[in-house]
Design a protein around this ligand. Structure first.
Ligand code: SF4
Length: 61
């Protein structure tokens, strides 16, 4: 599974709270990912972060 944060991110920080192993706030203030390829053990929590994002800025596939 791959994950990507798109330009709709409003920097709320929720994804970082849910899954700090994958998401972080970049120097630009919006969220980014440490790695686009999600290891199997983190897929569930990354999906939870994607479902929780208020602006649907987290794309998984
Ligand atoms: S939850 Fe969504 S809007 Fe909030 S920081 Fe993460 S990607 Fe951005």
């Amino acid at each position: 599974m791959k994950v990507h944060v798109n330009a709709d991110c409003i920097s709320c920080g929720l994804c970082v709270s849910i899954c700090p192993d994958v998401f972080h706030i970049t120097e630009g203030g919006t969220a980014g990912v440490y790695r686009e390829e999600v290891p199997p053990e983190l897929e569930a929590v990354v999906r939870e972060a994607a479902d929780s994002c208020p602006v649907n800025a987290i794309e998984v596939g």
